[in-house]
Design a protein around this ligand. Structure first.
Ligand code: HCA
Ligand code: CU
Length: 380
């Protein structure tokens, strides 16, 4: 899958994360950091949400970023009018179509929803803005209802239609099937939005792209409502694995870490230890067998090249699973004068000590240096 576009929603969906509170200055910092990565779009909180939200749409639209600026609104003329005056490049319009939302949220029927959608989309287009129409909770909506409303808005020239797994219930096979069906019904672009309640958000995004979707919503570290959506870094890791050159050329992958750090600090979380790409152990190799192969050729046990992401590989040696090849590599790094037999002897010593307690790299180095020293003393 190549040629996908990222709609980065940290400044919209991400604002729905429990801990999120972004000042205007913070939003600008995040927007610039995302723009440096090269994401295609930035989606901002609706100007109808609050006065500051409205002002922030104006401010971020006027920064002159490479990314196109979108704001996210309800399928409502009042919201559309408010949004158009902010200077954004496009509007992401959403309405709930599942029976749950129709019954318990807005209480409108499909005929009414379709009519309203056409009115809002026609208005936005008449103002020269890009417009996407999406249905909330698409996977629990009636398929016939869905396809007929998407068909209707495609016919009047909407730029994209969107599918949203609002509750995180979809699996990759369901996503593939729905997007494939939709692909055969509309000719416009298809955007997808996946919540991560059951851990499928990246896989679902990938399945959507395989089925013909063109745009994926992400947020930094996946922050959003509840446990969030498809994370930017994880999606990029997934896409890199499919087409390394395309992804490397289009996005500056070395900047992912920076924006994650900015966002993590701002929302008062730490980057998860097992995070894609930037988790503290994401490029740490431990078992002796792995370490030996990695030292010969990193691709043996690495699908992501850490250097492409501005990260470094680490081979951990101070533990009972260590192997002498990795220890020997450390000997070379420290430029010590030890034979292979010496490295093997030190390895056995490390294993013996590490059965009692974990060793730091410093502990290992002290051990190696003492062997080196003992030899040097012995040779006099
Ligand atoms: C919500 C809205 C949304 C919208 C997605 C979209 C969702 O917070 O309920 O515009 O496509 O998950 O449905 O984020
Ligand atoms: Cu959402």
């Amino acid at each position: 899958v190549a040629n996908f576009k990222i709609i980065e929603s940290t400044l919209r969906e991400g604002e729905q994360f429990a801990n999120a509170f972004f000042t205007t200055e913070k939003k600008i910092e995040i927007a610039r950091a995302l723009d440096d990565i090269g994401v295609d779009y930035l989606e901002l909180t609706s100007p109808a949400a609050s006065e500051q939200s409205r002002n922030d749409c104006k401010v971020i639209s006027s920064l002159g970023l490479k990314a196109k600026i979108l704001t996210h609104i309800r399928c409502h003329m009042d919201d559309a009018k408010l949004a158009i005056d902010t200077g954004v490049d496009g509007l992401d319009v959403v309405i709930g179509t599942s029976s749950f939302l129709r019954e318990f949220s807005h209480g409108k029927d499909m005929e009414y929803i379709t009519k309203q959608a056409i009115e809002v989309i026609t208005y936005i287009k008449s103002k020269g803005l890009e417009v996407r129409f999406s249905t909330e909770d698409s996977f629990r909506s009636d398929l016939v209802d869905l396809l007929s409303i998407y068909k209707a808005v495609d016919k009047i020239g909407v730029n994209r239609v969107g599918i949203a797994d609002t509750v995180g219930c979809a699996n990759p096979r369901q996503v593939y099937e729905l997007v494939k069906t939709l692909r055969s019904v509309v000719s416009c672009d298809i955007e997808c939005h996946f919540h991560n309640d059951t851990g499928c958000a990246i896989a679902n995004a990938y399945a959507a792209l395989e089925a013909g979707a063109t745009h994926i919503d992400t947020s930094v570290l996946g922050i959003g409502e509840r446990n969030g959506i498809t994370p930017l870094g994880g999606l990029l890791a997934r896409m890199y694995t499919g087409d390394k050159e395309y992804v490397k050329n289009k996005y500056d992958l070395t900047k992912i870490r920076e924006v994650e750090n900015i966002v993590a600090e701002s929302v008062e979380v730490t980057v998860p230890f097992n995070n894609y790409i930037t988790g503290y152990c994401a490029f740490t190799h431990k078992a002796g067998i792995h370490a030996k192969a990695i030292l010969n050729n990193p691709s043996t046990y690495e699908i992501l090249n850490p250097h492409d992401f501005g990260m470094t590989r680490y081979v951990s040696i101070g533990h009972r699973l260590t192997g002498w090849n990795a220890v020997k590599n450390r000997v070379e790094q420290l430029d010590l004068d030890l034979t292979d037999d010496d490295s093997k002897a030190v390895t056995n010593k490390i294993k013996e000590l590490a059965d009692v307690r974990p060793l730091s790299l410093d502990d290992v180095d002290v051990l190696l240096r003492s062997y080196h020293q003992a030899k040097a003393d012995g040779s006099h």
